[in-house]
Ligand binder design. Sequence first.
Ligand SMILES: [Fe+2]
Length: 310
Amino acid sequence: MRLKGLHHVCFKVRDLDGLEVFAADFGLITAERSADRLVMRTSGGDECAYVAIRGEEDAFLGLAFEAEDRAALDEAAARPGAGPVKALDLPGGGEGVALTDPDGNQVLLVHGMSRRAAGEPYPELLLNTPFEKRRLGRNQHARDRGPARLWRLGHAGLFVKDFAQVTAWYAENLGLIGSDIYHIPGQPQARIVGFFRLDRGEEHVDHHILAFMQDARGGCHHISFEAQDFEAQQRTHRYLGARAYQSIWGVGRHPHGSHVFDVWRAPDGARFETFSDTDLFRASDGTNVHDISTVVMDEWSDDTPERYFA
Ligand SMILES: [Fe+2]
């Protein structure tokens, strides 16, 4: 099955008003709002990237992947436990079929959604270095201080109760391929963290579309939206800090995937991340396995804060 990417994530949220204010400050745009549901999109042309349904508790419900063709939905619907192909009740329309992963998360495969015109990117940064001068006779173009323009939902991180079982399920059902996988020190078979990418053959794809972390709590660890570049992330970092939101971690750069990251706490406790400048790999580029004790999580600092996992 060929997938194009993540389409949206879905959460149950007690305080939709608070979540909407935060997500707008973070850079998402309200696509639809009712008393019981909030749908938000990015500036990249999607109609929907984040869905919150009003509930009595804050909880992760699931995620949706966009399939390359309608046939993938029929194929998925024939699997044991899969739902039928149904019309999506979301901005952009389309159809979807629901699967359930071994941790009980709903995994929707969707196809046929409409898209809208994408927003305007910022003028590209032109960087002068000691070795090359590219920007001559002018300053960097001014940019807004404020919410980032976000371009797509790029990846999500999940806490999983049984790493081996869950990653096998995503490999079998969605064709995901390990990019970098970490094991317990001295026990190469005891794998506990992994970053998985799409299988699109010789086409280059993001280093990961899902990250899995062994953790008995289950649920979502973070959701991540692509920002234009580190300048956009840094500006948003300062903007969110000035509005007294809680910075969880960043701005930093991960060694595996290389992307610049910045993670913030939403009012429902969820972690919202911006990323930019991620590595790209093909299906044939293989899988790297590491002893977790050798892994540095941030190229720019030594310690991962406790609150990143709390
Ligand atoms: Fe991430």
